[in-house]
Write a protein that binds this ligand. Structure first.
Ligand code: GDP
Ligand code: MG
Length: 597
């Protein structure tokens, strides 16, 4: 196809505003799939995504559309990941297309992710077509939402397309708007090959599948290609497009979106944002803006039953095959035995991986407290990254500790604003901005990521009864007055409960953790002291009283069967416990002790 008959676009929306439903309708309306092949939400391919209503892997689909001008157009829709943790992948997908449909639920209005995603589209110089969805709902207020888009986002919404993705109303207008209002791509077929690696994933039959956008030149089956960032060289063995089924075309020209396979063994060998060119006579400069994905949240994953360690290793290796942004290395903990220290792009990413390990691979896991990556500036002038509070070196060797900050945008109905400000303030937040969009406030806060990783989402949801929406981006490192707090159970430090806390919060956090652990750890035959300490100094203490002697005294009276029964009963109840010294600590204690309420 010539460039004038190609349109590349993405759909940006807040979660649940109807992005997937609209994509399905567009596929249906252009007849890319037969009715039978058309199952609900074809673009959300993984079950777990479907359940959580999020899209993790960017997918793409080529639609053939005969427009009202009588010409046939190729429309390439790229489905971008919907969550903040995948922000960099979103930004790369956006660079691969020229326009966006901005879908806003006409009964809800603009939300935090609407803003975050549309700003990405604006950054990528997209032409944007506002689409107001769900106008079948009685609560839909298209006029109000149109105004809100103009006020809050600052783009013209007077020609917004009104649709119901559910009933199909307005879908032909969306297709027509894509052709008439979005620009066609630019590119030079005669120039050296220059293509962007937009995404990649592992397929059991084909190996790694790479999603590419050809900028200049032509990509052909059998070409020898070079990845400019990694320097790796491959020979393509398949080149084609998604309809959304894979269709080999053997050639992709400028402006086109499609896939290649090249016997690439693992997704780790492909970097999102890399530039693909010919091995010989390639383009001079790579595309700008490449950034390797860096994990920002780490936690330990340990099997509840240490006999499951090898299974856990297998499962983690399999998962990592298809997720280049997830990192892992073996870790040993005095409290938890053998496990893995794993790195994630954010909290949601962590939850998704943990869920998959537990559900798909059926491994019971202990997840230790998530920790951010600290920068330790040592007195000898060197800097090291610390992924695990248990690895903290002697404080006398540390000059200062820097922690990552985020810039958070929260949209919340007026009524709950006070509670949100209080929550952010409690978490060491610094207010940057506060504006109103109708009856809702938009607050921008800088917050230490450390204060957000435990339970910020949960708290935000509960104080706003689910009405707030939240989005964030990383915003640099800053020195803070940070100390390592240890928890001692029965006088012994439990490494998996060590945390890095702000000095001003240490006492409060220490007290809260001791109180929680007192509830979470069962009584033993002896008194169990629980202490929080910084360096050698105890800052909080609780004691679990001993079980009353007479409960078991009866057992010593000679009734052996009763004693055995009691022991067996205890053992069954202890399945999810870990022995630590003389004390049993239940699995959930490791994570629950850290929740702040
Ligand atoms: P996404 O998270 O943006 O991909 O949203 P989905 O497409 O998964 O839609 C979220 C929910 O809204 C689903 O339950 C859809 O059935 C529903 N939905 C989508 N479009 C419409 C619409 O036009 N009208 C109504 N009433 N519901 C819709
Ligand atoms: Mg979706």
């Amino acid at each position: 196809k010539d460039l004038a008959h190609i349109r590349n676009f993405s759909i940006v929306a807040h979660i649940d505003h109807g992005k997937s439903t609209l994509a399905d309708r567009l596929i249906q309306a252009t007849g890319a799939l037969t009715e039978r092949e058309m199952k609900e939400q074809v673009l959300d391919s993984m079950d777990i995504e479907r359940e959580r209503g999020i899209t993790i892997k960017a997918q793409t689909v080529r639609l053939i559309y005969k427009a009202r001008d009588g010409e046939e157009y190729v429309l390439n829709l790229i489905d971008t990941p919907g969550h903040v943790d995948f922000g960099y992948e979103v930004s790369r997908s956006m660079r691969a297309v020229e326009g966006s449909l901005l879908v806003v639920d006409a009964s809800q209005g603009v939300e935090a992710q609407t803003l975050a995603n549309v700003y990405q589209a604006i950054d990528a110089d997209h032409e944007i077509v506002p689409v107001l969805n769900k106008i079948d709902l009685p609560a839909a207020e298209p006029d109000r939402v149109r105004e809100q888009i103009e006020d809050v986002i600052g783009i013209d919404a007077s020609e917004a397309v009104l649709i119901s993705a559910k009933t199909g109303l307005g879908i032909p207008d969306v297709l027509e708007a894509i052709v008439t209002r979005l620009p066609s791509p630019k590119g030079e077929a005669a120039a050296p090959l220059k293509a962007m690696l937009v995404d990649s994933w592992y397929d059991a039959y084909l190996g790694v599948i790479v999603l590419v956008r050809v900028i200049d030149g032509v990509l052909r089956k059998g070409d020898r290609i070079r990845m400019m960032q990694t320097g790796a060289i491959y020979q393509t063995d398949r080149v084609g497009v998604f309809t959304p089924k894979m269709l080999e075309t053997d050639v992709l020209g400028p402006g086109e979106l499609g896939f290649l396979t090249a016997s690439i063994k693992q997704v780790r060998d492909t970097r999102v944002g890399d530039t693909i060119t010919s091995e010989r006579g390639g383009c001079a400069k790579p595309l700008p803006g490449f950034k390797p994905a860096v994990p920002v949240v780490f936690c330990g994953l340990f099997p509840v039953d240490s006999a499951d360690f090898e299974d856990l290793r297998d499962a983690i290796e399999k998962l990592a095959l298809n997720d280049a942004s997830f990192t892992y290395e073996m870790e040993t903990s005095a409290a938890l035995g053998f496990g893995f220290r794993c790195g994630f792009l954010g909290l949601l990413h962590l939850e998704v991986v943990r869920d998959r390990l537990e559900r798909e691979y059926e491994i019971d896991l202990i997840t230790t407290a998530p920790s951010v990556v600290y920068h330790l500036h040592m007195t000898d002038g060197s800097m090291r990254e610390m992924h695990n509070p248990a690895d903290m070196p002697d404080v006398v060797k540390i000059d200062r500790i820097e922690e990552p900050w985020i810039r958070a945008t929260i949209l919340v109905p007026d009524d709950f604003l006070g509670d949100v400000l209080k929550l952010c303030q409690e978490r060491r937040g610094i207010q940057m901005d506060l504006t109103y969009a109708g009856s809702r406030a938009m607050v921008v806060y800088r917050l230490p990521l450390n204060e957000v990783v435990f339970d910020f989402y949960d708290r935000l949801k509960s104080v706003t009864r689910g009405y707030a929406s939240f989005d964030y981006q990383m915003d640099g490192y800053e020195a803070g007055s940070l100390v390592k707090m240890q928890i001692l159970v029965n006088e012994e430090p439990v490494d998996a409960l060590s945390t890095i806390v702000h000095r001003d919060k240490a006492e409060m956090r220490g007290r809260s953790m001791c109180e929680k652990l007192k509830e979470l750890i069962p009584q033993h035959m002896f008194k169990v002291p629980i202490q929080a300490a910084i360096g050698g100094r105890v800052i909080a203490r609780e004691t679990i009283s001993a079980l009353r002697k007479d409960v078991t005294a009866k057992c010593y009276g000679g009734d052996v069967t009763r004693k055995r029964k009691l022991l067996e009963k205890q053992k069954a109840g202890k399945k999810k416990m870990r022995q630590f010294g003389k004390v049993e600590i239940p699995q959930e204690a490791f994570i629950n002790a850290l929740k702040m309420d």
